[in-house]
Ligand binder design. Structure first.
Ligand code: CAO
Length: 451
């Protein structure tokens, strides 16, 4: 039995923006589990589940505006839950870490909402007052901070970030459902300060404000949130990491024949077997062979952190911009399972449903433009990773083969272009050439891949 879950009475507010969605389709939820977070200019409110069930359909997305009675989701009721229940009781500890302190500013409402008011005596805000005095506060220039509307953080943390001039879009949340906590903002500032010298001294001329209407008609299109966030990260990575790109080509004629042979089998299992799945397998094998590629530099640049896990990021092109979801434990998965995972994350990415956690923890990224075209490109490293593999479109080429009998020693082969960008502080050119040569060998002989 399906029930439409509505926004309950939220007092005087209407048209309130959704800043976080805590559930996904298929999630089993209990009464009082947080469903969505709303934010007004004065408070954030968590809307809890009125009853137990399984989320059948989400009817809202982050950024939507809702009022009392707006539909949130369709809930498939379990037998027990189908019976009428009393309204849920608000649970202040669902808000975040430091529950005692938070509860001091939490108003528990009869209708089960958890409401925290900006300016309420939230003791977490007091340290901020001590740390940032009025004089320093005036100097913080927040005018250039991008909109922080769609990040998942309470008003106290938002205020703290604003006072320090921190763009919350850049901060990873360690709280429940990736909510950003005050500690996360502090860690971010600490890292930024310790990494400061890396970016200083660039002395970049600021972009000029140009009135293009002087030259002709224009339309102005605001950059969306994903573009703004990824743009900031790409810029930082491009200017702070010494990039070099190593190019190579893999003969994937055999792999392609095998893939075509398995396509129907894969389709029957509901998955799409594209070359990237084989490339993922080959990359995992190469990361095992060359552990430096499965590493990150420590914040002070003095240690290399070698990872024992193999989580592979895949760049996905979405209508809103580029995102990089991470496929976890790729070393433990077969080709079909990887294909299924890729299908799931790229669908989620295109529907704008990826959570922060879906995009964290990657070891190495693959960026494939192979479905589109091009012969090579120079991908930007997805820090804190130290390398990224760009994949371009495979083409039939005449390749010389001395072992061929007869006069004609050229045969048509399907060649896959690979572009490996690497952080030259961590990886030497010779290592990169060995890494790509290893990939080429694996992709040319898929029997090795299966070993
Ligand atoms: N060479 C030739 N053909 C290729 C290929 C390659 N390297 N890679 C994929 N193809 C083929 C696929 O086999 C498929 O054809 P068939 O249906 O006949 O099998 C077709 O191209 C389309 O593939 P796809 O792009 O839908 O699927 P994928 O698994 O290769 O890629 C994904 C999935 C999510 C990586 C891709 O959809 C995507 O978003 N790519 C863009 C990533 C991007 O923007 N990177 C740039 C970052 S830098 O700005």
């Amino acid at each position: 039995m399906l029930e439409k879950i509505l926004v309950p009475d939220i007092g005087d507010y209407s048209n309130v923006e959704i800043i976080g969605i805590a559930v996904n389709v298929g999630d089993t939820i209990k009464p009082e589990d947080e469903l969505i977070t709303l934010e007004t200019d004065k408070a954030t409110m968590e809307i809890p589940a009125p009853r137990a069930g399984k989320v059948a359909e989400l009817l809202v997305k982050v950024g939507d505006k809702v009022s009392k009675g707006s539909a949130i989701l369709m809930l498939e009721l379990t037998d027990a839950a189908a019976k009428p229940q009393a309204a849920p009781v608000a649970n202040p500890t669902t808000t975040n870490a430091m529950p005692q302190q938070v509860s001091s500013s939490v108003a528990e409402r009869r209708d089960g909402l958890v409401e925290r008011r900006v300016g309420a005596p939230d003791t977490r805000e007091n340290p901020v007052e001590r740390r940032v005095g009025p004089a320093e506060r005036r100097q913080v220039n927040t005018a250039n901070l991008p909109s922080q509307h769609n990040v998942y953080a309470g008003p106290g943390v938002r205020r703290f970030a604003r006072q320090l001039g921190v763009d919350l879009n850049q901060v990873s949340g360690s709280g429940r459902k990736s909510r950003i906590l005050e500690d996360d903002v502090q860690d971010y500032v600490r890292d930024a300060l310790s990494n400061g010298p890396q970016t200083s001294g660039l002395n970049i001329t600021p972009a000029q404000e140009i009135d293009f209407t002087k030259f002709g008609a224009i339309t102005v299109q605001p950059m969306n949130r994903i573009q703004k966030i990824s743009g900031a990260f790409l810029h930082r990575n491009w200017v702070t990491i010494p990039h070099v790109t190593q190019f190579d080509e893999a003969n994937i004629s055999e792999l392609e024949a095998f893939r075509q042979g398995q396509k129907d089998v894969a389709e029957k299992q509901g998955v799409k077997l594209t070359p990237i799945v084989f490339i993922m397998k080959a990359v995992v094998a190469a990361l095992k062979q060359f552990p430096k590629f499965n590493a990150s530099l420590s914040a002070n640049g003095e240690e290399l952190i070698l990872k024992q896990y193999f989580h592979i990021g895949v760049a996905v092109d979405t209508p809103n911009g580029l995102v990089v979801p991470v496929i976890r434990d790729a070393d433990k998965k077969g080709l079909f399972e990887l294909a299924a995972d890729l299908g799931t994350v790229s669908k989620k990415a295109r529907e704008g449903k990826l959570s922060g956690a879906d995009m964290q923890g990657g070891c190495f990224t693959i960026s494939s433009l192979g479905g589109i075209g091009g012969t090579a490109f120079t991908p930007i490293i997805n820090a804190p990773e130290v390398a990224i593999l760009g994949v371009s479109k495979a083409q039939q080429k005449l390749i010389f083969d001395a072992n061929l009998s007869g006069e004609n020693k050229f045969a048509a082969q399907l060649m896959l272009p690979l572009s490996l960008s690497y952080d030259h502080r961590v990886i030497d050119g010779a290592d990169a050439a060995r890494f790509t040569a290893f990939l080429v060998t694996l992709l040319a002989d898929i029997r090795r891949l299966l070993l």
